[in-house]
Design a protein around this ligand. Structure first.
Ligand SMILES: O=P(O)(O)OC[C@H]1O[C@H](OP(=O)(O)OP(=O)(O)O)[C@H](O)[C@@H]1O
Ligand SMILES: NC(=O)CC[C@H](N)C(=O)O
Ligand SMILES: [Mg+2]
Length: 503
């Protein structure tokens, strides 16, 4: 996942975009960028790093203009180089830029066609640059000096016809406005809102509603799957459904871990869904461990704290903060590379011994992916003197790769892949191990919005909501993006492939 944001305002947008990106920082810690448009000129600043490190005061002063888009990145395609930070820009037609959250699953095919048929050059290994060029090609095909909203929406329909996978994106069209669109399954989140100012109404599009809230925008609604919203330079909002077959199937992992608890996603409070996850799991514990001797529930900060609250309440057990998080260390799961993730767990979390000594503790995490956190945390609990250490996960076992914008490319890197719960228990060294059931997880989310018929749960059940994911695709993904490939720097070679096609 990444964070995207876009706005057309009555005043300069630089500070609002910056502030919005800091609120979306939990969606991507690797790189950040802002692009603004001012009287015919574009201004861009992007680089690797956290939002607070990428933009100096001088950069901010140069980001002039009342319209702009921003991005914070967690790479899931291409490489981590600053050249692949977003927004991406292409000068023709009109001057277009894009900030993209998600992952195209047919990127390589489109790239080849863009090169051979559309005479377009893709300069990086990023799928987001491909998405931008598909959009640019569709607009260019119209051959118009000036486009209308309807033309822009037609170009989005063209994107839906050509691009597969997950994408929630904001795009800026120089001299026209800012556009937001979501793939036909609505896998990644995108919403929009407005605020009243003395100079008139302003609109903002963002990955999560929390970015709107902190900037004083009122959430209007989520962008529907396949829909596009366009804010023109005069500040008018236009919307249109741009795809024929749509089925809202949001990624359920957004509720489990990715999004902030204070966001509303597709009309569901992330916070309340996590409380319900805790309650559902408590019920399972009562069923399966009726005679447990747990003394205390301890969350693994940060994300599992919400679920742990109601898990403990429902079990009538004490909730204690047994691990203190170093607030200056980011999220470990979205760090690039296993070595840095492993090192970060101990830097990030430190036990309070008196909460462990002589006790039977139930540790709860929101999810277990590679097992980086759980293995180390159990060891820390034992070192701190715990008598017994039970481990619970508010999500089901993560057994399959994600192909829609979460960096889990290789099945064998996932702790639960090809392992039973008992084998997982032994591997992480717990005295007892329990996972949420998938149906219970779906119920926990759906209770917030009963209209939500479907979810993308592919990392839990291996069923991919776009029907283009073959075994071959997964093998290729693993070969290209798995940990082994990263260690030999494999991912940065893809740019040269174009050269091979050319000769
Ligand atoms: O099994 P793993 O591969 O370790 O991945 C799962 C862990 O990673 C995440 O925490 P993270 O530190 O990223 O963020 P948080 O502070 O929001 O919990 C998640 O909350 C789990 O704790
Ligand atoms: N996590 C994401 O949404 C990543 C967006 C895009 N695929 C990239 O790697 O930059
Ligand atoms: Mg965590």
């Amino acid at each position: 996942m990444c964070g995207v944001i876009g706005m057309v305002a009555r005043n300069p947008v630089n500070q609002a975009l910056y502030d919005g990106l800091t609120v979306l920082q939990h969606r991507g810690q690797d790189a950040a960028g802002i692009m603004t448009f001012d009287r015919g000129r574009l201004h861009l600043r992007k680089d690797n790093g956290l939002v607070r490190d990428v933009f100096s005061t001088q950069d901010m002063m140069q980001l002039q203009g009342n319209m702009g888009i921003g991005h914070c990145r967690y790479p899931t395609a291409g490489c981590a180089s600053a050249a692949e930070a977003q927004p991406f820009y292409v000068n023709s037609p009109y001057g277009l830029s894009i900030a993209h959250n998600g992952n195209l699953t047919n990127a390589e095919d489109i790239k080849r066609d863009l090169f051979l048929e559309d005479l377009r050059h893709i300069n990086t290994t990023s799928d987001s640059e491909i998405l931008l060029n598909v959009f640019a090609h569709k607009l260019a095909e119209l051959g118009k000096l000036r486009v209308s909203e309807s033309d822009i929406f037609d170009a989005v329909s063209g994107i839906h016809e050509r691009c597969h996978g997950g994408y929630a994106a904001v795009a800026m069209i120089n001299g026209y406005g800012v556009l937001g669109f979501r793939d036909r399954k609505g896998i990644r989140p995108l919403c929009f809102g407005s605020r009243e100012t003395d100079a008139g109404v302003e609109y903002m599009i963002a990955s999560e509603s929390v970015a709107l809230n902190v900037l004083g925008f009122r959430l209007i609604r989520d962008v529907a799957p396949g829909e596009a919203v366009f804010i023109d330079l005069e500040g008018n909002l236009h919307t249109r459904q741009c795809a024929s077959e749509t089925q809202l199937s949001p990624c359920i992992f957004e509720y489990v871990y990715l999004s902030r608890p204070d966001s509303m996603l597709d009309d569901v409070s992330v916070y309340k869904s996590r409380l319900r996850m805790g309650r559902m799991l408590a019920r399972k514990i009562k069923r399966e461990w009726a005679h447990h001797n747990i003394d205390v529930v301890i969350p693994i900060p940060d994300t599992s704290r919400t679920s742990a609250l109601d898990l403990a309440n429902d079990l009538n057990l004490r909730y204690r903060e047994g691990f203190i998080k170093n607030r200056y260390i980011g999220r470990t799961f979205i760090m690039p590379g296993q070595a840095v993730r492993e090192k970060s767990v101990r830097q990030k979390l430190n036990p309070i011994e008196l909460e462990f000594r002589g006790k039977n503790v139930l540790l709860l995490d929101d999810s277990i992916v590679r097992g980086t956190t759980s293995e180390q945390i159990i060891e820390m609990a034992r070192d701190a003197g715990a008598n017994k250490v039970f481990f619970a996960s508010a999500a089901p076992p993560v057994r399959y790769p994600n192909v829609y914008g979460i960096d889990m490319p290789a099945a064998h890197e996932l702790l639960a892949h090809d392992r039973s719960v008992e084998e997982i228990r032994q591997t992480i060294g717990a005295d007892g191990m329990i996972y949420q059931d998938l149906e219970d997880l779906k119920t926990a989310v759906r209770e917030g919005n009963r209209d939500l018929q479907a979810f993308d749960c592919s990392c839990f059940d291996g069923k991919y909501v776009t029907d283009d994911i073959s075994v071959d695709y997964l093998l290729r993904l693993e070969a290209e993006r798995g940990e082994a490939a990263r260690q030999v720097g494999h991912e940065s070679t893809a740019v040269n492939e174009l050269g091979l096609v050319r000769s």
